[in-house]
Design a protein around this ligand. Structure first.
Ligand SMILES: NC(=O)c1ccc[n+]([C@@H]2O[C@H](COP(=O)([O-])OP(=O)(O)OC[C@H]3O[C@@H](n4cnc5c(N)ncnc54)[C@H](O)[C@@H]3O)[C@@H](O)[C@H]2O)c1
Length: 453
């Protein structure tokens, strides 16, 4: 090996003769909060009675999760499609009353809180009506379908003094709480660059959901679904695959960016909107009449860092968030978090000095060594310990998120993912879509509460 091909570490090791490195990986299983791991009793007076509005795929998933939260009871469900009444009753394992008309639920005095798990374009109307009826609201992400929706929803919640939580459950995850601890500890140094993606490669991942055989205008209230969107004849494709269409959904940004943005905002303690977003992408594979791209990439400018997000429906890389710091790197991938420190002990410059005569190079190295005396003999080992953290197999951040909501309903203390947090995350999605469709940078105007091109 010639000196030129030495790595920095080999160079200093040989140069100083004493420094040594050790690399290791330590694995820690994070412990769930006791709330749902070992359900404690909840006084009957503290029991929260809730109802569901929208019991499709997500509604049923959420209903199932409520069975693991102590001290809560589902008393009614609502959906525009009759078969979903049955699906909801099966999910909650109880024959609760079911209706197509959510106003019947809001009129009930014994309902403390509602879950809104409708398609995105219905969030605003149901949320505002629920707040006005005095119900606390757990509203699925993305909170809003348009910029104006979000601010109207904030006004409604605050005017009626309601507890609100938006449904990006990673904000309540023990994995994300640990990532936030590492971020706040300073172990990452300064973080100027954050990268996150969520890639999936299947028809289901691209929302090509099958149409149930009993779907018809008799079993579905199509006009109620449209809710002010352009009038059209009954379309089961639009009803079941609403995410593909701008009238009802928010594309990959609203479906998946919103989780990444919420996670990044939570970990970094950001509660604002990016100043600027610039998107690119395209519709390459799923050319089935959809209006949103199957690949979107967006760069965001935040005051203290920059963020790159991507969703690609043509590759299966999964979900990933990475914080690149000056002292370390933190990666969340699936159910694991990895922290890798960087060795930041001073090193002599070891590239350009090989273009110097040996005499000058040696003088430089001697001076460097004199200026940076080595630590004592027992402290010469440079520890480079990668730490990996995981969650138990049956851990559910959805259950933790619900528990946080129900606790807030009891304590009347605002949730972390409250209406302002949810609105800021949703605005990030609207910026991405605006930039993609208008083919321009999207600038956020905080005073005017609007996006400018
Ligand atoms: N947090 C998450 O990880 C997560 C996961 C999936 C979906 N979501 C969100 O949940 C929401 C629902 O998604 P989904 O996949 O369950 O969609 P879905 O189409 O399966 O279900 C939505 C249901 O809402 C019903 N609905 C619409 N308007 C209604 C109204 N006015 N009154 C009563 N019911 C109404 C429809 O009939 C439909 O059955 C979306 O906002 C989505 O973004 C969140």
């Amino acid at each position: 090996m010639t000196q030129r091909s030495w790595t920095r570490r080999q160079f200093i090791r040989t140069g100083t003769g004493v420094a040594a490195t050790a690399a290791a990986t330590k694995f820690t299983l994070l412990q769930p909060r006791p709330l749902w791991a070992s359900p404690q009793g909840v006084a009957a007076s503290d029991r929260v009675r809730f109802a569901f509005i929208g019991t499709g795929v997500r509604g049923c998933e959420l209903l199932d999760a409520t069975l693991r939260v102590p001290g809560v009871e589902c008393v009614a469900v609502c959906d525009l499609y009759d078969s979903r009444h049955i699906a909801a009753q099966e999910a909650v394992k109880k024959n609760v009353p079911a209706t197509r008309n959510y106003k019947e639920i809001l009129d009930r005095k014994d309902v403390d809180a509602v879950f809104v798990a409708t398609a995105d374009h219905q969030h605003r109307r149901v949320f505002i009506d629920a707040c006005a009826a005095g119900k606390d609201v757990y509203c699925e992400k993305p909170m809003s379908h348009t910029v104006e929706d979000g601010f109207a929803m904030i006004d409604a919640a605050q005017k009626a003094n309601r507890i609100v939580q938006i449904g990006s459950q990673r904000v309540s995850s023990i994995l994300y709480a640990h990532a936030k601890e590492i971020y706040n500890s300073g172990k990452l140094g300064d973080v100027y660059c954050i990268e996150a993606y969520w890639d999936r490669n299947s028809p289901s991942g691209a929302w090509v959901y099958p149409i149930p055989p009993d779907a018809s205008e008799q079993t579905i209230d199509w006009n109620a679904f449209l809710n002010g969107a352009s009038k059209r004849p009954f379309s089961p494709e639009r009803f079941f695959r609403w995410r593909c269409f701008t009238d009802y959904g928010s594309g990959l940004a609203g479906d998946l960016f919103v989780h990444l943005i919420s996670g990044i905002h939570f970990i970094t303690g950001t509660n604002t909107v990016a100043r600027r977003a610039q998107s690119t992408g395209g519709l390459f594979h799923f050319k089935d009449g959809r209006e949103f791209p199957d690949l979107i990439e967006t760069f965001y400018d935040y005051p203290n860092f920059r963020v790159y997000l991507r969703c690609n429906l043509n590759n299966d890389q999964g979900e990933f968030i990475c914080f690149y710091g000056t002292k370390g790197t933190l990666i969340i991938k699936g159910s694991h978090l990895t922290y890798t420190p960087q060795d930041t002990t001073p090193q002599p410059e070891s590239y350009s000095i090989f273009g110097w005569p040996a005499k000058l190079r040696n003088e430089y190295l001697e001076k460097f060594q004199a200026d940076h005396p080595l630590p004592g003999a027992l402290n010469t080992k440079v520890e480079e310990e990668t730490e990996v953290f995981g969650v138990p197999k049956d851990y559910s951040d959805v259950v933790d998120h619900q528990a946080n909501f129900f606790n807030a309903v009891r304590s009347r203390k605002k949730t972390v993912e409250n209406e302002e947090f949810g609105n800021n995350a949703a605005l990030g999605c609207h910026l991405a879509n605006y930039s993609y469709f208008k083919e321009t940078a999207a600038m956020w105007d905080p005073a005017g509460k609007k996006i400018k091109g």
